[in-house]
Design a protein around this ligand. Sequence first.
Ligand code: ZN
Length: 277
Amino acid sequence: MFHDLHLDIYQHIFDYLPQQDLLNLLLLRNHTFYRQIMKYIPKLLKIHDNQVLKYAARLNLIISIKFIIVSLNWNTGLHYACFGGHIMLVKLMIKKGANDWNIALREACRGGHKILAELMIEKGAINFNLGLDGACSGGHISIAEWMIEKGADNWDEAFESACGNGHWALVLLMIEKGASHVKCGFNQACKGGHKDIVNLMIKMGADNWNRGLFNACQGGHIDIIEMMIKRGANDWNNSLLDACKYGHKTVARLMIEKGATICTYCNKSLEEHYNLL
Ligand SMILES: [Zn+2]
């Protein structure tokens, strides 16, 4: 029902509108809602030079925004509100019918909001592994330890999240606990651009340089790309594909210079690529 753009707009509204304003908006009747939200869009655009909002404004997606906010997807609202730490919104979403407690627990942990995580547990969240994953993703060590006390033991998933988001202490904690998916950790760290963690994964045995190169191209991290090339990565065509797919023009140019001969993503010649870059 929601495509990515809608979710993105949704997230921005939740993240940036003052909580009281958003509450008031949610409580408005439909006809006044439209008028009110129109007032916020230019303000949001001014404060946050955000492409998604610009696009929304240009395409007159205000109707979509209204649809999203007043839609029945209260669980999505609950997840975002838990991540953002908006307790009033969390309560409102619950009142409206949101009940996806486990994902909400993960989001509260990811945002580092212990009170909200406690509330989700009180409501019925039982998947502490999701909580651990969230804490490792957001870099909240005390919350991760708390989830472990509660019984979380899926070290590998949490380890990958910590690697991908560059949380060194949590990476070490997960290794100490027993995480062993070094290859996945390596890929995530390359994608996230976390050089120290990439080096640690190499010390622990990761050695698929092309895979590292693809992931670094996806994330657009030149320093990691150079690191992989130095070690022997040379699959330029697939790297160009990843660079184009994730919109990293400088990386795409570098892959063409290195020797990419075809881009299976854009369906354009290399000359056309250069013109676009
Ligand atoms: Zn391309």
